[in-house]
Structure formats: structure tokens, C-alpha cells
Ligand binder design. Structure first.
Ligand code: COA
Length: 195
């Protein structure tokens, strides 16, 4: 049984090793990038209005769940988190400038001036395709006060790209290459609240 649970910055930081394990299983990054990614994620936990959801594996019955040793935390099979985008944050500043160049300051302000940045969403491959990703995005966005939700994803026909499009996210920038990178990304956004 999968249970969704909100976690604040302190718990996120405490469980960062499990979070990184899910990220690694889902994204299969080059091993030499994992430490850097962990540092970036730890830093994300300090950003304003940070909010995380864990999808955790629970025993089927409350009786079985009771038997779990108290020191043993339920296994995380997916996580998603985001925060309020703000000037001074690397992603925010890079994307703001690019959108401003392409569509003008008004459009950049409209999308990024009061935005929820959905920074990471990953589900362990054994649990993908069961509705966990969609549920985590819905839950995360439901409580937000921002005007829009924005994120970047590889600009390829992936499950992620399909999922975001099906939830009403549209392309703000396509085939975008971040400074120092080489892969192509799409920056997508949608107004909040979700319908
Ligand atoms: C993207 C991701 C978070 C989605 O989570 P999920 O729990 O698998 O997604 P859901 O079960 O809610 O399904 C969402 C849609 O994607 C499709 N999908 C999910 N996994 C898929 C897979 N492995 N292959 C093809 N389609 C897939 C589903 O069919 C569903 O579409 P539908 O509702 O139209 O049928 C997850 O697949 C993942 O972790 N992928 C690898 C990491 C990644 O790309 N993260 C996002 C980076 S921006």
C-alpha cells in the first residue's frame, strides 16, 4: 500500500540518502554527478516555502504496520518537492533571463514572478506507471498560493513530458540548454490552481 505524506525541510534533509537512492534509480545519472546533486538538493531544502511529499510503502493492514520496529522508517518509493521561486536562485535567474529574452519582461514576470518551482519528482522504476507521480503533483500543487507552477524536463518524449502535458503544462521554452550543460530541456508551466 502506498501512502503520501508531507515532509518539511528538516525531515527532507534527514532522509536525503533515501531520496538520492530514488533519484539514482529513476534517472540513472553518471555516478560522478550524484554527490553534486545531493548538495543541490540539500540547498533546495533551505529555499522559501519548501514543501516535499514522500510516497511511502506501508504494510497492508494497521496491525502489520504496528509491528514495524519504531526505528525503522517506511521505505520511500517516490518523492516530489518544490518551493517559491525567487531572484538569487540559480534556476530562477537563468530561466527568467531566457524567457525575458524570448517573450519579454511581462511574460517572464507573469510566469515566474510568483511561481511554485516543482524542482524534482521521481518514482522508483518498480513503482512507475501506477499513478504515484500524478498524485504527488496534484497534492503538491493543491496547497500552493502561487500564480503558476513551473519546471524543467528533458525535451524528449518521456513519461514525464507526457504526464506534465496531460496536467495542462505548456511549453514556455523548448530545446533550452542550461549554462554549462549540453542536454536539451523544455521549461513548462501552468497557471495555478490546478483544475
Ligand atoms: C515521471 C515520473 C515521475 C512519473 O511518475 P509515475 O508514478 O510513473 O507516473 P504516473 O503513474 O502518475 O503516470 C503518469 C503518466 O505517465 C505514463 N508513464 C508512467 N511511467 C511510464 C513509463 N515507464 N513508460 C511510459 N509511460 C509511463 C503513464 O502511462 C501515465 O500516463 P496516462 O495517465 O496517460 O496513462 C516517473 O515516471 C519517473 O520517476 N521517471 C523517471 C524520472 C523522471 O523523469 N523524473 C522527472 C524529471 S523532470
Amino acid at each position: 500500500m502506498i501512502e503520501f505524506r508531507g515532509a518539511g525541510p528538516a525531515e527532507f534533509s534527514e532522509r536525503l540518502d533515501s531520496v538520492i537512492d530514488i533519484y539514482t534509480a529513476a534517472m540513472n545519472p553518471p555516478p560522478d554527478q550524484i554527490t553534486g546533486r545531493k548538495t543541490i538538493m540539500r540547498n533546495h531544502g533551505t529555499y522559501p516555502l519548501f514543501q516535499c511529499y514522500f510516497a511511502e510503502l506501508r504494510e497492508a493492514s494497521p496491525e502489520e504496520e504496528e509491528k514495524r520496529p519504531s526505528a525503522q522508517q517506511p521505505e520511500i518509493v517516490g518523492f516530489a518537492y518544490g518551493f517559491r521561486g525567487a531572484p538569487g536562485q540559480w534556476w530562477h535567474d537563468v530561466v527568467f533571463r531566457a524567457l525575458e529574452d524570448q517573450a519579454g519582461r511581462e511574460a517572464a514576470m507573469a510566469w515566474l514572478g510568483h511561481a511554485f518551482e516543482l524542482a524534482e519528482i521521481h518514482v522508483h522504476p518498480d513503482y512507475q506507471g501506477k499513478g504515484i507521480g500524478r498524485a504527488m503533483i496534484r497534492t503538491l500543487c493543491a496547497g500552493r498560493q502561487e500564480r503558476s507552477a513551473v519546471l524543467s524536463t528533458h525535451d524528449r518524449p518521456t513519461a514525464a513530458r507526457h504526464l506534465y502535458a496531460s496536467m495542462g503544462f505548456t511549453d514556455l521554452l523548448a530545446q533550452f540548454v542550461f549554462p554549462g550543460g549540453y542536454e536539451h530541456y523544455a521549461i513548462v508551466g501552468r497557471p495555478l490552481p490546478l483544475a
